[in-house]
Design a protein around this ligand. Structure first.
Ligand code: NCD
Length: 313
């Protein structure tokens, strides 16, 4: 699948996964995103990189941040944007993904931003797409969420540039998390060596499946960390309840002020959203001085602009 995303000249044509994207390309994407950051209250600049282009958002799963930020990113680069309402689309009448692709291509859609609960949908679309068309993965099952991985790496790099000496703790439902997988991929590519993955046994990946040390004790994982990334429990990807009550979970794995004190004093707190306050993170920590959660959201627009711009430079 990672081959499918490069053209014959080795340029990124689709963004399907961070697998196969080496440090130079990853770093250049993050560097270009710097130029698209907007200070709070500032009016974002309008660019023309995507003038005359059309971007279609196809979200077969719910989304707030990712969808809105792709839309803003595309508009700020000068593109037209359509947001297909999947529930009200012909997908519910049984139209295939390929036919949905061909239909929108016939209306000159140039970029497809796709989120789906199944593995392989983005690659399938990329393999059928016309030569000038780009497919962007906005969340693939539990497997990957490349632009989230990029925005997480971007946010970490801004606060903690010494990546080789960083300790990163990712806590929660790792097993079902595409965010954890893509963040991990980006961080490993950028040279982060100390990555700890913590959660209840039922929500941890199999030993050896992911790079990173596994912990069932959240305190141990968070101790001395520079970055603490909290994850939501993905009930929608579970067969049956694999977690104890919310209160019991919060006590063992939730990030409150006491647990955060175990991390480095200048540690940053991250969460991809949507947050469940009181389950994986306390409101006090989510809104506290160490939290960069809203900054992650802002950075998401800049990073997505950099990816889209890259297709047209
Ligand atoms: C996540 C997702 O959809 O993978 N959210 C996001 O894109 N920021 C994480 C989640 O749903 O918990």
């Amino acid at each position: 699948m990672s081959d499918l995303q490069f053209d014959a000249r080795g340029r990124l044509r689709h963004l399907l996964t961070l697998e196969g994207i080496g440090r130079p390309l990853l770093t250049s994407l993050l560097d270009r995103a710097e130029a698209f950051r907007v200070a709070p209250g500032e009016a974002p600049r309008r660019h023309t990189w995507l003038a005359g282009r059309t971007v279609a958002n196809l979200f077969f799963e719910p989304s707030t941040r990712t969808r809105a930020s792709f839309e803003l990113a595309a508009r700020r680069l000068g593109a037209d944007v359509i947001n297909l309402d999947i529930q009200a689309s012909s997908a519910v009448k049984g139209e295939s993904l390929e036919d949905t692709l061909y239909t929108l291509e016939a209306m000159n859609v140039d970029v497809f931003v796709v989120r789906h609960k199944d593995v392989g949908v983005q690659a399938l679309m990329a393999s059928h797409a016309a030569p000038h068309v780009h497919v962007l993965n906005a969340g693939e099952a539990h497997l990957s969420h490349p632009t989230q991985g990029l925005l997480d790496a971007f946010t970490i790099r801004r606060h903690k540039p010494d990546l080789a000496n960083l300790s990163v703790a990712i806590v929660g439902d790792i097993k079902h998390s595409r965010v954890a997988r893509s963040a991990l991929r980006a961080l490993v590519t950028l040279g982060v060596r100390d990555i700890r993955l913590a959660g209840p046994k039922t929500l941890l990946p199999k030993k050896g499946e992911l790079k990173g040390e596994l912990f069932t004790d959240a305190d141990k994982a968070v101790r001395g960390a520079d970055v603490v990334m909290m994850l939501r429990i993905q009930k929608e990807r579970m067969q049956k309840a694999a977690v104890p009550s919310a209160a019991a979970y919060f006590k063992r794995y939730g990030l409150d002020a006491r647990r955060l004190k175990l991390a480095k004093p200048d540690a940053i707190v991250m969460h991809p959203g949507p947050m469940n306050r009181g389950i994986e993170i306390s409101a006090e920590v989510a809104d506290g001085p160490r939290s960069v959660i809203r900054e992650q959201v802002s950075n998401g627009v800049a990073v997505r602009m950099a990816v889209l711009q890259g297709f047209y430079t």
